[in-house]
Design a protein around this ligand. Sequence first.
Ligand code: HEC
Ligand code: HEC
Length: 372
Amino acid sequence: MRDPSRHLTYGRLACRRYFFIMKRLTALLLFAWATTLSANPLLGLPALEIPANNPQTPEKIALGKKLFNDVRFSSTGTISCASCHHSNNAFTDGQAKAIGIEGLVGKRNSPTLVNAAYLSSLFHDGRAASLEEQALEPLTNPVEHGLSDHAEILNVIRSDIDYLNGFLTTYGITVGKINIDHVTKAISSFERSLIAGNSRFDQYLFGSKRNALSVSEARGLRIFRRKANCANCHEISWDNALFTDNRFYNIGVSFDSLRAVLPEFLAQLEKSRTDAVASLNEQQKSELGRFAVTQQLKDIGVYKTPTLRNIALTAPYMHDGSFKTLREVVDYYDKGGKKNKFLNPAIFPLHLTEQEKDDLVAFMESLTSPEL
Ligand code: HEC
Ligand code: HEC
């Protein structure tokens, strides 16, 4: 006789096996999904817009890299773009202020080039509208490459068979046709290849890998977005994070160098802008920040929000390199910045605990991308 209870047991067994297999399969699928996400170097980044007149090609990127690293494009034969934007330091130089030809010191800190492809304006004060436009400036800057004009670059290129081949394969042009636009376009294409995403933070927030951040780092992310108000400017969107809103603010850094001369400067400004600016020394002129671009009072001491990606690799910090560590930066924000009449209202005392400061620093240190 058939035993109905045995039959039931078989049924239950088959059912259990079915669920077991399904569970395994789901786990496998989830694992595959997570690994594709964590292997994606673009994780956490928005789609990149490439200018229609300068498409990316492997040949152009390679040519740009060679131009970027070539010390012959300087009056002393010692300085290339890479001297101040070195790949070991996430394309910065480890100096407070940039050092160019003959040890001449510039007025500002060398910013990272990581994800510069996403910026809508370049330089701390945003005075260049594209990478192509930006690349023209350092070559003839008297304390950077120190060339008298761009013809000097073309002379080097025309005498180097490697370059002639490079320009031919990249643009299909021969020696007589090469001009400075081809040079800046290639350099810009190389810069647009310096993309940093897929940090542990990206894996945590956009890749659903909940253990990618430590408990302290994850707390730091929450503080960054809420209590400390950092994401107000160092933006994190719902599906990507550039850590910059591409906007400009006075957060008070280095304002002390203007404080003493400011009343006099503002009084003179009412009469003549040229005279007012001429009354300042070179460093003070530089500290006017975005004012130099817009001529608007509200832009005095105002700078672009920099990205925080790979920030652990780019000390010292701020446009003047005046902060040696991320902890110093956090302490500065905690106190509400340096008071001045142009200080942005989003900068105010934060009253962070020591633990919260540690968490913020730990969080920022999780923003380093494995690829760059
Ligand atoms: C002597 C050091 C030095 C050299 C050489 C140099 N730079 Fe820079 N670079 C800087 C400094 C300093 C700044 C910021 C200047 C400012 O904002 O006024 C800067 C800014 C930039 C920016 C803007 C980044 C941003 O976030 O806005 C780009 C892009 C850039 N440089 C690319 C280059 C290229 C390309 C070359 C070579 C053609 C080059 N640099 C050569 C020091 C240097
Ligand atoms: C009102 C907008 C704003 C807020 C809020 C803000 N920042 Fe900034 N941040 C900036 C600007 C602008 C700069 C560049 C200032 C300069 O160079 O003088 C900057 C610079 C930095 C730098 C240096 C980056 C570099 O490459 O040198 C770090 C680090 C930083 N901010 C972290 C934070 C943290 C952490 C918070 C929250 C506690 C925060 N920021 C809040 C706008 C802001």
